[in-house]
Design a protein around this ligand. Structure first.
Ligand SMILES: [Zn+2]
Length: 275
């Protein structure tokens, strides 16, 4: 039996023993659906060549300051991502997780730093999903305090070569000021987190009822640590075990659980075959 096969077997055992399944996802989860993960500046520029030409890094484009200084560029980037996430199908690993979650004794939860809405698109109950960085499928006003609203009636037209929004910019239905995506950007003190605070409250309630959960952490790197601090916090306070699935950063303290050096889809399929 290879080392990886042994790791998959241990993970399957942990999942079989758990009373509830907690899914915690970072950018690596979307890679198998064909989404870019913006890993490093080079990775970001490969996905957005127009921004490479003007030398703008992800952190610079994804900021409230850019919505003020160059709204057509900022909306060109987010409008493109909105369309990309809408037309991309979540990979088969989502269904595997949904199945494990349904089979467990107690209801499971999802904690995700991804703003793509793919857990909901894959059929997860929206009430068990906490989107810790918000969602690209909601908008908020840049001026007034109107609550965030759905982006479903927004149909971006983008000049992809220039990464620029074409036509009238999205507006707030209450005051007419420019709207922005209701997600956490870099250096973002204006993000309205209320919809996600409500998600968190419900998810925390479910979490408090679990006795020996398994935390399945997928594609969450060390650079943006929200997902990792969540999983480590859950294991520390609620008991249970961590199954960390990560191509490059799989190292895991043996007292917490096990790390598997694989992509999300490959690992989930491998474990599912053993369950
Ligand atoms: Zn407004």
């Amino acid at each position: 039996m290879s080392i990886q096969q042994g790791d998959l077997r241990s993970a399957a055992q942990i999942i079989a023993d758990a009373d509830a399944v907690i899914v915690a996802a970072g950018a690596g989860m979307g890679v198998d659906s064909g989404l870019p993960d913006f890993r490093g500046t080079e990775g970001f520029w490969r996905a957005y060549p127009a921004l490479s030409k003007v030398g703008l890094r992800f952190e610079e484009v994804a900021s409230p300051a850019t919505f003020q200084s160059d709204p057509r560029l900022a909306w060109g980037f987010y409008g493109h991502r909105l369309m990309l996430y809408r037309r991309t199908l979540p990979h088969a690993g989502f269904d595997i997780l949904k199945k494990w979650m349904a089979r467990a004794h107690r209801p499971g939860i999802v904690f995700t730093s991804n703003v793509d809405g793919h857990f909901q698109a894959a059929g997860f109950d929206p009430r068990v999903v906490h989107e810790c960085h918000g969602s690209i499928h909601r908008l908020q006003c840049t001026e007034c305090a109107t609550p965030p609203w759905s982006a479903h009636s927004l149909f971006p037209e983008i000049d992809e070569e220039q990464c620029r929004w074409v036509g009238p910019l999205p507006e707030c239905p209450s005051c007419g000021a420019m709207a922005r995506p209701n997600l956490l950007m870099f250096w973002d003190g204006d993000w309205v987190s209320t919809p996600y605070d409500e998600q968190e409250e419900h998810v925390q309630q479910l979490l408090s009822e679990m006795k020996r959960p398994v935390c399945i952490e997928l594609g969450a790197g060390t650079a943006i640590a929200s997902v990792r601090s969540f999983t480590q916090g859950v294991v520390a306070t609620h008991g249970g075990k961590l199954v960390r699935i990560n191509v490059r950063e799989q190292a895991t303290d043996a007292r917490l659980g096990i790390g598997i050096a694989m992509g999300a889809l490959q690992a989930l399929k491998g474990i599912d075959e053993l369950l």
